[in-house]
Design a protein around this ligand. Sequence first.
Ligand SMILES: *[C@@H]1O[C@H](CO)[C@@H](O)[C@H](O)[C@H]1NC(C)=O
Ligand SMILES: *[C@@H]1O[C@H](CO)[C@@H](O)[C@H](O)[C@H]1NC(C)=O
Ligand SMILES: *[C@@H]1O[C@H](CO)[C@@H](O)[C@H](O)[C@H]1NC(C)=O
Ligand SMILES: *[C@@H]1O[C@H](CO)[C@@H](O)[C@H](O)[C@H]1NC(C)=O
Ligand SMILES: *[C@@H]1O[C@H](CO)[C@@H](O)[C@H](O)[C@H]1NC(C)=O
Ligand SMILES: *[C@@H]1O[C@H](CO)[C@@H](O)[C@H](O)[C@H]1NC(C)=O
Ligand SMILES: *[C@@H]1O[C@H](CO)[C@@H](O)[C@H](O)[C@H]1NC(C)=O
Ligand SMILES: *[C@@H]1O[C@H](CO)[C@@H](O)[C@H](O)[C@H]1NC(C)=O
Length: 792
Amino acid sequence: MHLLRPFVLSVLLFVIILHAPSPSAAADTLRRGHALAGHDKLVSGNGKFALSFFQLQTGASYYLGICFDKVPVLTPVWTANRDNPISNSTSPELIISGDGNMVVLAQGTTIWSTRANTTTNDTVAVLLGNGNLVLRSSSNPSLTFWESFDYPTDTMLPGVKIGWNKVTGLNRRLVSRKNSIDLSSGLYSSRMDHDGVGRMMWNSSSMYWSSTWNGRFFSAIPEMSAGSSIANQTFVDNDQELYYTYNIFDERIIIACVLDVSGRNQVRVWTGQDWMTVNNQPAQQCDVYAVCGPFTICSESTSDADPFCNCMRGFSLKSPADWEIEDRTGGCIRNTPLNCGVDHGNETVVADKFYPMPGIRLPQDGRQTMPNVSSANECAQVCLSNCSCTAYSYGKDGCSIWHGDLLNVATDGNQEMIYLRLAAKELETGKGNRTAMIIGVAIGTSIVALVFILLIVIWRRNGKWSRPTVGNDQGSVGIIAFKNADLQDATKKFSEKLGAGGFGSVFKGFLSDSIAIAVKRLDGDRQGEKQFRAEVNSIGVIQHINLVKLIGFCCEGDRRLLVYEYMPNGSLDSHLFQSCGTVLDWNMRYQIALGVARGLGYLHHGCRDCIIHCDIKPQNILLDASFVPKIADFGMAKLLGREFSRVVTTMRGTVGYLAPEWISGMPITPKIDVYSYGMVLLEIVSGKRNCVEHSSSHTEGQGDYLPVQVAHKLLHGDILSIVDANLHGEVNIEEAERVCKVACWCIQDLESDRPTMIEVVQFLEGICELEMPPMPRLLSAIAGSSLHHTRV
Ligand SMILES: *[C@@H]1O[C@H](CO)[C@@H](O)[C@H](O)[C@H]1NC(C)=O
Ligand SMILES: *[C@@H]1O[C@H](CO)[C@@H](O)[C@H](O)[C@H]1NC(C)=O
Ligand SMILES: *[C@@H]1O[C@H](CO)[C@@H](O)[C@H](O)[C@H]1NC(C)=O
Ligand SMILES: *[C@@H]1O[C@H](CO)[C@@H](O)[C@H](O)[C@H]1NC(C)=O
Ligand SMILES: *[C@@H]1O[C@H](CO)[C@@H](O)[C@H](O)[C@H]1NC(C)=O
Ligand SMILES: *[C@@H]1O[C@H](CO)[C@@H](O)[C@H](O)[C@H]1NC(C)=O
Ligand SMILES: *[C@@H]1O[C@H](CO)[C@@H](O)[C@H](O)[C@H]1NC(C)=O
Ligand SMILES: *[C@@H]1O[C@H](CO)[C@@H](O)[C@H](O)[C@H]1NC(C)=O
């Protein structure tokens, strides 16, 4: 039952019930004269944390560190000796030394020490319930000489202060680990600077992420503001201190904020089975500086099984072994050295050539612009004439050339082209791009071993069902693979139909007679099984309180079924437009508008790949038992592949929500969802469909076409007449005006005029003010000329 309630909190409650730490018998204090060695551990009074010596693998070096005691996956949250591991052949021990410090000894040598100035002769080491290891006076517990929270490694537990102690000059920052099997300091760091800006850096020199505190949260992490049911955040800047911290409301929640090997800050929550990443900063993997190393191309991958780094043409992995353990610093190296224009007096050696790479985000490091070069050919010659030049581009900014390693080359689908300098030999084969692609794929598959995860579920009739989890280091969640026969039973042979949409029909069912589910049977062309499973897994990772949760799937023969949590209050349209639904009061409507915006904001900006929903409409907004809105059918583009565009455009009733650029066949961006969302907002306020059948009796030009009507009334300050009559005037006018303004901005003709969903959330939360929108010209033209939108 717990699994089917709203996302994070229910998961957490579930976890808490099953995994509530129980106070442990083990001691939380180390005193002088005692030693911590072997498998000994100090366990915090609440049973949550443990301090011990551990190895990441059997036979590897020892570290002294703190882990979550109840989490079976070894997850060090603090390490004393990360850059000075202890040889596996020794038996290290932790003691309180004569001068009252904590010291790690191995074969008589000091490996690590707290090196604090103690002023009493009764110091003890205590592991506190928040995971802080403190060295303090036994008789006077308020006298603390040293604490591990002052020396965080790659993890920020609740209560750790990232930032400065201005009096002592102590700077607390996070530094990533080197690779997946080595805890030593890597190249990424996350810190708070004296100007009060949070920054993420590569090798302490190149910044790739920054954010300022806007009074409530960091502006680059708007999702965090919505997470307020779990944690609060604090930013302090006074005479003594400058820091950022967060605290959780329930100490039983197992949460950690980690600067990952991949250079991203991840908020992870332990679900009871695995770690789930609920926030990634930067949101895009390729925005991390040098994430793939030199001479690579980074692509935001569509599934976790895809490598996101690949070597450029003519290059090979410098160290495949390092890549396996997620250390990509070495990047790729040239297969054939450049000729560099040197005449070897050998006819077979010819000048270097250029290989075009389209759709690339141009790297900024090592770039030199050549203002006096006026043709692409000349630009190529300039590059050829200098041996250190590795690439050129000639575009709207004229000629640019690059010297040395090419870093941060990423595909971003835009039209920039970079020409990579290669030895002529690399480009000799007539097979061209095809070969390059095959080589690329071969390299890709050798990098990430393709592990096929067989999802076999044992779901017994007696109501017990296990959740095999699709584990990977990105923190995904378990998706259940159901048998067709089991879903037949659960839905009583698909007898209770909840609805039908462009992708198939939805049926109600029950797991073990008590847990309600919604089973969607997909119509249309069948996607291959492997692809389908991969996409289901990648969609399953996407979780947010305002998105319908995918519980499982079935893929047998040409059957394709998706199993979702059941939403007792049905879809938004049944409440807005049909007499049978509950009339939603204003506050509910406002919360629904805000919730949908947050859900979409998460899809567009919060998860690993930007997901465009493509079909936002009230039918796809479902309401749970407490009327929390949940967006349904996201990720369908991934599941249905190319068929998707056809499915959507032939779908009835969706036309009123389609943005102009979609209809005109332009490439789509998340702004098409913003447009559809704007239309939904108008319907939420007015309780009317935006596309009622055109009534020919209407002679007035600006007619009854809802968006145009709203824009007019808004401009004339007449909000009340737009609002749904069913509300009987019980409405917060200020909020209603805000919603109408946001809606009118969302339905602007030009994508660039529409806000992003993140901005929409901020507008609706009242964090930012909005100007009066202009009348959407295209819409008013359509209404004015009676050329009705249903014609499209
Ligand atoms: C200790 O480490 C070395 C090299 O790191 C390894 O060869 C050896 O097998 C390890 N010893 C044990 C007992 O595992
Ligand atoms: C400890 O005291 C010594 C001598 O007073 C001083 O030089 C040193 O900086 C102090 N260390 C710390 C960590 O306060
Ligand atoms: C610790 O110091 C106090 C005085 O500061 C002294 O009375 C006591 O004997 C000392 N204890 C030990 C174990 O040295
Ligand atoms: C990091 O910076 C240092 C100097 O600041 C430099 O010596 C080192 O080579 C850099 N590391 C990498 C991987 O570029
Ligand atoms: C944040 O929450 C913690 C734990 O509930 C509480 O002690 C603290 O006062 C809160 N801070 C703010 C700024 O609300
Ligand atoms: C010319 O280059 C080829 C391959 O690079 C080499 O095999 C050959 O020996 C060279 N000939 C001379 C005369 O240097
Ligand atoms: C560009 O050309 C102008 C005149 O043609 C010359 O004065 C200037 O020095 C040139 N700049 C460079 C960078 O070559
Ligand atoms: C090649 O370019 C580098 C970097 O701009 C420069 O330092 C070097 O002098 C140039 N070499 C020649 C031969 O022009």
